[in-house]
Write a protein that binds this ligand. Structure first.
Ligand SMILES: C[S@@+](CC[C@H](N)C(=O)[O-])C[C@H]1O[C@@H](n2cnc3c(N)ncnc32)[C@H](O)[C@@H]1O
Length: 534
């Protein structure tokens, strides 16, 4: 018999409340755990929570419904191949020709199960008698899908269990399906808040409690709490912030100024964005349908990114000379901000150099910039740390949108919180310092550099900027919050003085927040190089 009949990776895995592996296998030679030798259901009664119909073998769901199958395949691709759900899911929806309703269900199932994996794993662990590391990954993924349906969706429990078990029977096997059935019935015995109360009972550390309740790794909860405090926000906001990470984000569009408009989007189901000009949003619209998106003059872009690009374009310079401005996007791939910057540069008679070292991402930048006349921009495919070798003190405006952990965009990348590690943050923060220093060397006196991350982790934001500024006396900090307010349609209050940056003028960094601004948690510092004669 397949070990996976009992959920095992190796030998001996069972769900709690059943006999241990070898015993159970002897009692259950067909490996399904469903019938005794009189042909009656073994799992009937006893443990089964109310609300389940006891289906006969003939009535059992034996096929995977399309939406659940797609969601399961996405979970498998993420677990097995380290895939990105936001890339795999749309491809699978297309390949399986899901209609709008099934596409919505597959998205909610897949993204929901991935986001809350930590909480669901804790629930599942309470229902099986082995460490989850010993449970076969495919079985675990099916259990996570089932747990999400049972604990977070308005799907009747019997349907959630039957459909998930049917999926498992079709794609994993009859034995594992029986194990999954038994575990899901245990999960269904309590609702989510009962499970969370049980799992957090006896804990006093607010980080551990928030981590379980809001399905985030503890180190991320800790970093986000630190960031709130460093930006003058009450630490109690952490719950709202974590909740915002768990909500499905809206789709934001930007019409490239002077090149595109949103009329077509408004005719579809998009509405004007309340925070920034030329933007639109929709909770469920499919931007791929819009001709203006296909032409590249309207683009999908988070509002936080739009604000950052516009703030850099609007920041006050102090006399960089009368020549047309030269702008640089040092870390440009895949080109979202570069496209907006290039369109703004066109309106201002400026030009843009977009730099990106990764070939395939540089290609995406080229595509993103295709809508902007070619004489206004150039692409450099090289390490940003060498920029000043080719362009010493050349640019009036520079964006260093540094490679980062992406902890500010967790709502868009459902699996990433479980994949990222603190060690990566340490490594990235060194690269971020080097890119910031290189960008400053390419900045003209009087010019402004925007250092941005889509992470609010203090090690990637304030610590990087503080470290670099501390060693220099030719730089001043602008008030990034004030500049952001100048380009926003309403005050953002994003620029509370941040701890540790008080020694570089009266300026302050700004931090956008998903729970306050409904944007990604973009961080922005605006640094001006002082003119030598000043
Ligand atoms: C946060 S992303 C930039 C996002 C981009 N600004 C946008 O809005 O689409 C960071 C980019 O930096 C690039 N990168 C990584 N190492 C780099 C380096 N040494 N120099 C310049 N860019 C680098 C990554 O390949 C990635 O494309």
């Amino acid at each position: 018999m397949d070990d996976r009949a009992n959920g095992r990776k190796h030998n001996g895995q069972t769900h709690k409340g059943q006999g241990s592996g070898p015993d159970r296998r002897r009692r259950d030679p067909d490996g399904e755990g469903r019938r005794n030798n009189r042909g009656r259901e073994r799992n009937r009664g006893g443990n089964a929570p109310r609300g389940f119909s006891e289906s006969t073998p003939a009535q059992r769901v034996r096929e995977a419904d399309a939406a659940r199958l797609v969601a399961f395949e996405v979970l498998r691709a993420v677990s097995k191949d380290n895939a990105y759900a936001n890339l795999v899911l749309p491809a699978k929806i297309r390949a399986n020709r899901l209609d709008k309703r099934d596409a919505g269900l597959a998205t909610e199932l897949g993204y929901g199960a991935l986001r809350a994996k930590g909480s669901y794993d804790a629930v599942i662990a309470a229902c099986v008698d082995r460490p989850l590391a010993d449970v076969d990954e495919a079985i675990l993924d099916a259990l996570r899908l089932g747990a999400h349906q049972l604990l977070a969706m308005r799907i009747p429990p019997h349907a959630a269990v039957n459909q998930t078990v049917g999926l498992a029977r079709a794609v994993i096997g009859a034995g594992p399906a029986s194990f999954i059935n038994a575990v899901l019935r245990k999960i269904a015995a309590k609702d989510l808040s009962e499970w969370l109360d049980e799992l957090t009972a006896g804990l006093s550390d607010p980080v551990k409690i928030a981590a379980i309740r809001q399905a985030h790794p503890e180190w991320i909860v800790r970093a986000l709490r630190q960031s709130l405090v460093a930006h003058g926000r009450p630490v109690e906001e952490i719950d709202a912030l974590l909740e915002a990470d768990n909500a499905a984000p809206v789709v934001n569009l930007v019409a490239l100024p002077g090149l595109g408009d949103l009329a077509e989007a408004f005719d579809a189901d998009f509405t004007p964005g309340p925070l920034v000009a030329d933007s639109a949003l929709s909770a469920g619209g499919d931007p791929g349908r819009l001709g203006s998106i296909r032409e590249g003059v309207v683009r999908v872009q988070d509002v936080g990114s739009q604000l950052v690009a516009r703030a850099l374009a609007a920041a006050p310079l102090t006399g960089t000379g009368g020549a047309p401005e030269r702008w640089l996007d040092l870390c440009a791939g895949p080109g979202g901000k570069a496209a907006l910057l290039a369109a703004l540069a066109k309106q201002r008679g400026a030009t843009l150099l977009a730099n990106e070292p990764a070939e395939h991402r540089a290609e995406l930048v080229r595509k993103a910039l295709a809508a902007v006349p070619g004489e206004l921009w150039q692409l450099r495919v090289a390490d940003g740390r060498t920029i000043a070798e080719d362009y010493p003190e050349t640019f009036d405006r520079i964006l260093v949108d540094a490679p980062c952990s992406g902890l500010g965009a967790l709502r868009r990348r459902p699996e990433s919180r479980w994949r990222r590690t603190p060690a990566e943050v340490a490594e990235l923060s060194q690269l971020q310092r080097e890119l910031l220093v290189a960008g400053l060397a390419a900045l003209k006196p009087g010019g402004v550099l925007g250092y941005a991350t889509c992470s609010p982790h203090p090690a990637e934001t304030l610590a990087v900027v503080t470290d670099v500024l501390r060693k220099r006396d030719d730089l001043e900090l602008l008030d990034a919050g004030e500049v952001l307010d100048g380009v926003a349609l309403k005050p953002l209050h994003a620029g509370q003085p941040a701890a540790g940056l008080g020694n570089s003028g009266s300026g302050a960094s700004a931090q956008l927040w998903p729970h306050l601004h409904a944007t990604d948690a973009m961080f922005l510092t605006l640094i001006r190089k002082t003119n030598r004669e000043n």
